[in-house]
Design a protein. Structure first.
Length: 244
């Protein structure tokens, strides 16, 4: 099963146990992957459902649904101040691999990049391709970029953390030790120039706890990846210990 190719489909393509393939998908399956009629592949809707499907011309027949458990046990939103250049592409790719639920790009006082509308489309495509490759059952949601202050209002959880490179904040790993009591967490990381004092104050007023990711200064692209790695390791080791 793991050898089978995976493609993402829109829920509207599924009709009475059949998948109506788009011409792009037909091209990809037939010409790029060289599948023939009756060959099998996996279709995923990006919202938690996977199916084993069999190619039949312009359609595919559903053979059976498949259960996958590759998601983290809680929803994690990363609020990331946009790094310069194409750095955010790497953030989307790596954080999708690591299991992020929502990525919220924000423009902070020291953000240098002001993204064009085409960027969101590009990030969504990267998230979809990476989710397929990482065998995720969900494709992460990528929100439209907003100002940092607007972003502070995202979500309702009390488990909100803002990563601060300097000072003596508790380590993120220590701060999240009550994580089993929540179903949602938000973590914010700053741009190359860091957060301003005012931004940190506003975040604390909005319920964010300042946390450290260790003694070294990480690049703006590295920080969200490290933060998510710490949380994912903690959550998955807790699950593993509970199961054994
Ligand atoms: N120019 C800033 C300075 O000198 O303090 C450093 C900014 S750092 C390149 C970019 C962002 O990554 C920071 O705003 C913070 O959110 C995060 N970050 C980097 N290293 C970190 C660390 N050791 N602990 C917590 N956050 C860190």
């Amino acid at each position: 099963m793991t050898q089978l190719q995976r493609i993402a489909i829109a829920p509207s393509q599924l009709q009475q146990e059949q998948i109506l393939l788009t011409s792009q998908q037909q091209h990809y399956l037939g010409r790029v992957l060289r599948l023939r009629d009756r060959d099998r592949f996996i279709a995923m809707d990006g919202k938690g459902k996977w199916w084993l499907a069999q190619l039949e011309g312009e359609k595919a027949q559903i053979v059976e649904s498949i259960t996958v458990q590759t998601e983290l046990p809680i929803s994690i939103t990363l609020m990331v101040a946009l790094p310069k250049g194409n750095g955010f592409d790497d953030v989307v790719r790596c954080c999708t691999e690591l299991g992020v639920t929502v990525i919220a790009p924000v423009v902070s006082d020291r953000t240098l990049l002001h993204p064009s509308p085409q960027k969101l489309e590009r990030w969504l495509r990267i998230a979809q391709e990476t989710a397929e490759q990482s065998e995720r059952s969900f494709v992460p949601i990528i929100l439209e970029p907003v100002s940092f202050i607007t972003g502070l209002a995202i979500g309702t959880t009390t488990h909100r953390y803002i990563c601060e490179a300097r000072g003596s904040c508790p380590h993120l790993r220590e701060a999240i030790n009550q994580v089993s009591t929540t179903s949602e967490m938000i973590i914010a990381t700053g741009p190359e120039g860091g957060w301003t004092e005012k931004e940190l104050e506003c975040a604390v007023d909005a319920g964010f706890q300042p946390v450290s990711l260790g003694r070294r200064i990480l690049r703006a692209v590295t920080a969200p990846i490290v933060a998510l790695s710490i949380v994912a390791a903690e959550l998955e080791s807790m699950e593993f210990n509970a199961a054994s």
